[in-house]
Design a protein around this ligand. Structure first.
Ligand code: DC
Length: 647
């Protein structure tokens, strides 16, 4: 297959991603389903090479399995291993190699031939096979002793004491724990040395969850890591859907680790997690132990070529015996894009060009990388899905050219066939220009939510309440009373509106003049603004100006706009990508205003805004309503951002 050129993100990330189902959980659920005496419906399952290999092997052993890829459901009828002979091909799937082999050994009087990808011929099996031998299995090794390929004659598992060396892989221990369920006698597994302990805890928890009729697979926490770290190098925000459901996977901790290190910031939103890129990086060196979350060390390591700090990742010696020698492989590829990479048996230490220069911001980092890196960097993947996915994320860094090419990109199909499509959609969603309407009555939190969401999304913010306040001020200054329409028309006909951008906020200028906040946010204006706002001439006057703000935002190179007011989703932008209506009970609103020290008759203004003939305040049909009464500001902002990212 051709190399894949990674396209950089020309904008901040603004996307929502649903990760695939967990590989580790899907393959455990399949084995546990097979050894239970009932039918189990596994939902949210992962469909990838590793899980397809597991399904295929179980079918070869005689299990009835129905696969519904579209709905991500696998139905397995558990029971005895029916076939006493089978040729089993386990590819390069560590979970299948260890779990299935241990399970198959429980069959009395079977003869099975196991083969695998060549890469698997080197991976550790000895700790497991020695125990199975002691339990009664007999092996004939085709190549190297205690390695694939081999023939296994099975005599059932006697049970009793099993002393296991699982120092090379925690899957060896997990495989025995699962198979002990179908041993002839009680088992006592003795193991004092293993790695990646959270995976052993996952096995333990799942052994308690089975047998069961319905099993929901969590989203894959390791797969999530690629999109969780993406905003670190693009800025912006990425939503990881259903991340809160990652309860059994140690790799869910990765997000905490990178947040604690100051690389990203996170915010929960119901079951989803929003991950924000920070705007300024620390240059402090980092030393992190990744033994518990070693599948994610590659995710961080590749991004270290971007981060302006020296990073040492330790506790990863065992990954040298995984899909490939991951420490060596990562070091060899990182050397193509870093100032210095030191590799030790148990660690990798990465110094980027940007660390050497103490860069602080993405603009500085991108400039340094643009200068220091070769025109094109070809990443060798060693057929390791995680190397491909990790460097694809690094390649998103916008250094002014597409600079990373991934060799053999289809290797991602081991755990996430659609990874590159998801990344592509994420990029397209991030570049999409969105108009967001935020409406609601006084003191529901529109302004603070719109400002905060605009800042996070780097969208232009427009407060249309300020437009009406500016007009009310000008009209009062010209002694126009609301019932003198001729005078009102006269003043409006002389008035020229223009816009200035301050930060990311669009400020209205009336005939070139900026009014002070204190002039328009005071009792004098509060008492008349709704009356003026109910006059059709005033609304018409502002309508075209407000609509022109979308093009203005594009001209100013914003990727979107959040406009807040009373009629934005109903009249100004009824076709907006996202329309949000905020509401809160009266008590909450009065308390919020009082807290801000504002004495304003909210009730009176709301009544005027709701009952006027033109553009009354309503929750437009199809808008998303958020009742903010019992939510904190951060929760409302997160909810608004989540809705926007999904629009
Ligand atoms: O949001 P605010 O309190 O600054 O708005 C001031 C007034 O402006 C509000 O009482 C009604 C009016 N308004 C409106 O009628 N339509 C809008 N889109 C925004 C504000």
């Amino acid at each position: 297959m051709k190399n894949l050129t990674v396209e950089t993100f020309k904008t901040f990330t603004r996307a929502s991603v649903l990760p695939v189902g967990s590989k580790s959980i899907t393959n455990r659920a399949l084995i546990l389903g097979a050894l239970s005496n009932q039918e189990c419906v596994i939902s949210g399952a992962l469909f990838s090479r590793d899980t397809e290999i597991m399904v295929d092997c179980l079918q070869k052993l005689g299990f009835d399995i129905i696969v519904n890829k579209t709905d991500k459901i696998i139905i397995i009828k558990g029971g005895e291993i029916k076939n006493n002979k089978a040729n089993l091909f386990i590819g390069n799937a560590g979970t299948v190699a260890r779990f299935l082999t241990a399970f198959v050994a429980s069959k009395v009087g079977g003869e099975y031939f196991f083969d695998s990808d060549e890469a698997m011929y080197e991976r550790p099996m000895k700790g497991l096979l020695e125990v199975l031998e002691a339990q009664g299995a007999e092996f004939e090794f085709v190549k190297k002793a205690y390695h694939f390929p081999f023939k296994m004659r099975t005599n059932g598992l006697k049970g009793g004491k099993m002393i296991v060396d699982a120092s090379a892989s925690s899957q060896i221990l997990s495989g025995l724990m699962i198979a002990s369920k179908v041993a002839q006698n009680e088992c006592e597994i003795v193991c004092d040395n293993t790695v990646s302990k959270p995976f052993v805890e996952m096995t333990s928890s799942m052994l308690k969850q089975f047998p069961c009729a319905n099993y929901a697979v969590e989203p894959d926490a390791t797969a999530s890591s690629y999109f969780a770290i993406l905003p670190a190098i693009t800025g912006g925000v990425c939503e990881i859907k259903n991340f809160a459901k990652c309860k059994l996977q140690g790799d869910a901790k990765f997000v905490e680790v990178i947040e604690k290190a100051g690389i990203v910031r996170t915010q929960k939103c119901e079951d989803n997690l929003l991950v924000f890129g920070v705007d300024e990086f620390s240059n402090e060196a980092l030393d992190l132990d990744f033994n518990d979350i070693s599948d994610t060390f590659l995710t961080l390591a590749s991004v270290c070529a971007y981060l302006p700090r020296k990073v040492k990742i330790t506790g990863i010696a065992h990954t040298r015996k995984q899909e490939t020698d991951r420490v060596s492989a990562m070091a060899s590829q990182l050397r193509k894009v870093c100032k210095n990479v030191v590799e030790g048996e148990d660690f990798i230490e990465i110094t980027s060009f940007t660390a050497e220069q103490n860069c602080k911001t993405r603009t500085e980092i991108n400039a340094v990388l643009a200068e220091k890196l070769p025109e094109k960097v070809i990443i060798e993947t060693f057929n390791d899905h995680r190397i491909a996915m990790s460097f694809a994320v690094l390649g998103c860094a916008n250094i002014g050219r597409n600079w990373i090419e991934i060799e053999n990109p289809s290797c991602v199909s081991k755990t996430w066939c659609e990874f590159f499509d998801v990344l592509k959609k994420c990029r397209a969603d991030s570049e999409k220009f969105r108009v967001v309407a935020v409406d609601g009555g006084a003191a529901v939190g529109k302004s603070s939510v719109s400002k905060s969401a605009s800042a996070s999304l780097k969208y232009m913010h427009v407060d249309t309440g300020a437009h009406y306040r500016n007009l009310a001020y000008i009209l009062l200054e010209n002694n126009v009373s609301p019932d003198d329409l001729d005078a009102l028309r006269n003043v409006l006909s002389e008035l020229k509106l223009s816009t200035a951008v301050v930060g990311n906020s669009a400020q209205i200028l009336c005939s070139g003049k900026v009014l002070k906040d204190s002039d328009i946010r005071c009792e004098r204006i509060n008492s008349v603004v709704s009356v003026f706002a109910s006059i059709p001439e005033v609304r018409d006057f502002l309508k075209n100006y407000q609509r022109s703000m979308a093009d203005f935002a594009k001209e100013q190179c914003f990727s979107g706009m959040i406009m807040e007011g009373r009629d934005i989703g109903s009249v100004i932008f009824p076709d907006a990508q996202m329309r949000i209506f905020l509401d809160a009970d009266e008590e909450t609103r009065a308390a919020r205003r009082a807290h801000e020290g504002i004495t304003d008759s909210i009730k009176k203004r709301d009544a005027l805004d709701k009952n006027r003939k033109v553009a009354p305040l309503v929750c437009p049909e199809g808008a998303s309503l958020i009742d903010t009464s019992h939510m904190t500001k951060d929760e409302v902002v997160a909810k608004a951002i989540s809705l926007i990212l999904n629009s």
